[in-house]
Design a protein around this ligand. Structure first.
Ligand SMILES: Nc1ncnc2c1ncn2[C@@H]1O[C@H](COP(=O)(O)OP(=O)(O)OP(=O)(O)O)[C@@H](O)[C@H]1O
Ligand SMILES: [Mg+2]
Length: 241
């Protein structure tokens, strides 16, 4: 099978600075690619470039078997690649959580009823049914993140582009996200500073440095450390590991 996404010599500048500099990348079907790099390295820029939100000055982007250049070329890519934004506030815009989750399926042509049903099913799968009718901008940071993820999954994406998916999640939701992603049979690019999460999920690691992607590997060594827990004073506390 040919790769789902290929970047070939792609250069992108932001604010007059070259962020991607002749970058190459291939994402194969079913692959879970971890993308790491320091703050400001260009990880978000790279994900945005893949779906045409940033313009490549040089190089070619191939997605789902076709070269993509124009806004028109990228529209179908956005329908097939689910992008979880680094900041959920940039992603959510409907009055209630369920409207937001239903928006993608509606946009893909489902009827209002079918889209609402789909949204309900995805919220349930993520154990988020209790948030369905809450006002989106009143949700907590973690709740927003989860509703945004529900919106992405509701579109049945063929590829997931996840920008710091574990940000702002508590232990329970962190575990649930891990489990959901581990069981999704789609290719994904996961941008994260969370090495434990990446190690569990990904099949390959690349590091973005100097505007280019370099093969990387997890390295672990025995390490003695303390587990830090927070307990309620005088009561039963949280004792998860
Ligand atoms: N809207 C913008 N205008 C100008 N420059 C920008 C803009 N967004 C990002 N940049 C610059 O592009 C570079 C890459 O930013 P990007 O957000 O892709 O980094 P990142 O690797 O995702 O970092 P982080 O780990 O902090 O999320 C940074 O130097 C940043 O300052
Ligand atoms: Mg980023």
């Amino acid at each position: 099978m040919s790769p789902l996404i290929i970047l070939d010599g792609v250069t992108v500048s932001r604010g007059g600075r070259r962020v991607l500099d002749s970058a190459n990348l291939r994402l194969e079907a079913g692959e879970r690619l971890a993308l790491v790099g320091p703050n400001g390295a260009g990880k978000t820029t790279l994900l945005r470039t893949l779906i045409g939100l940033e313009k490549a000055e040089a190089g070619t982007i191939t997605a789902f078997g076709a070269e993509r250049r124009t806004e028109r070329d990228f529209r179908p890519v956005r329908a097939r690649a689910g992008f979880l934004f680094q900041d959920a506030d940039d992603q959510l815009f409907c009055p209630t959580a369920i409207d937001d989750v239903a928006f993608g399926p509606l946009n893909l042509g489902l009827s209002a009823k079918a889209a609402a049903e789909k949204a309900r099913a995805v919220l349930e799968r993520l154990h988020l049914s209790h948030l369905a009718h809450r006002i989106t901008h009143h949700l907590s940071g973690g709740e927003k993140r989860l509703v945004a993820l529900a919106g992405v999954l509701a579109m049945d994406p063929e590829v997931l582009l996840l920008d710091e998916p574990t940000n702002a999640l508590d232990d329970v939701h962190y575990g649930r996200l891990n489990e959901i992603l581990a069981n999704l049979p789609v290719a994904m690019i996961i941008v994260s500073h969370d090495r434990r999460f990446l190690h569990r999920l990904s099949s390959r690691v690349v590091a973005l440095q100097g505007g280019r992607l370099h093969p990387a590997a997890f390295h672990s060594h025995p390490h003695t450390h303390d587990h830090l827990h927070i307990h309620l004073e005088g009561g039963e506390g949280d004792h998860r590991h």
